[in-house]
Ligand binder design. Structure first.
Ligand code: M6P
Ligand code: ZN
Length: 187
């Protein structure tokens, strides 16, 4: 397929809030849309995170990118986090640049191998293909990061929805702790 020939364009990101201008496509995820993702059930429908996407065609020749704002909060002792996903095209990679706040980037292979990396302002996390990725806000301020990924990466949410991540990030004595997920379904 011939890629779309786009006009060059610019977007401004406010590093503190993660908001873009001009205003892009915004997706808000509330606790109701994350049912089953946390170990405990939530009794509110608070916002957990929003994704602000710079829209370009989802084609291999383009780079999709977005800011994500994960609010501070917990369900039980589990910190607010994104759904997490594999790429539908498994070998597509992604880069995260944290702009504000603090958190953990949890990455897992389908065989259960897990790597966790710190997210803090100025840190670039490289997510190679084949690694599922989920970001967790372990701080008291919004966790804001910019992500860039290959245009035809696509999303496989189903595998995580069914199996979970091998680990969860919980508050133990006032700080984050990465512990095995008791509900993880190993392959
Ligand atoms: C990052 C990127 C996006 C993703 C978002 C939220 O910005 O990885 O592609 O949509 O985080 O994560 P998720 O889609 O797993 O909810
Ligand atoms: Zn991704």
């Amino acid at each position: 397929m011939t890629p779309h020939l786009l006009e060059p364009f610019s977007v401004h990101i406010d590093f503190e809030s993660g908001l873009l201008s001009p205003d892009p496509v915004v997706l808000v995820r509330r606790l109701s849309s994350l049912a089953g993702y946390f170990l405990q059930n939530a009794d509110t429908d608070s916002e957990v995170y929003s994704v602000h996407e710079i829209r370009v065609p989802a084609e291999r020749d383009h780079l999709l990118s977005s800011t994500t704002i994960v609010l501070p909060g917990k369900v039980g002792d589990e910190y607010y986090m994104t759904k997490g996903h594999f790429h539908a095209n498994r070998d597509r990679s992604e880069i995260y640049l944290t702009l504000s706040g603090e958190g953990l980037l949890v990455m897992a292979l389908e065989n259960g191998t897990t790597v966790t990396k710190e997210m803090r302002p100025g840190v670039v996390n490289y997510v190679p293909g084949h690694w599922a990725h989920r970001s967790v806000n372990t701080g008291s301020e919004p966790l804001v990061f910019y992500a860039v990924y290959i245009g035809d990466a696509g999303y496989d949410y189903a595998t995580i929805a069914e199996r979970g991540f091998p680990v969860v990030v919980v508050d133990r004595d006032g700080g984050p702790s990465v512990v095995p997920n008791p509900r993880y379904l190993a392959p």
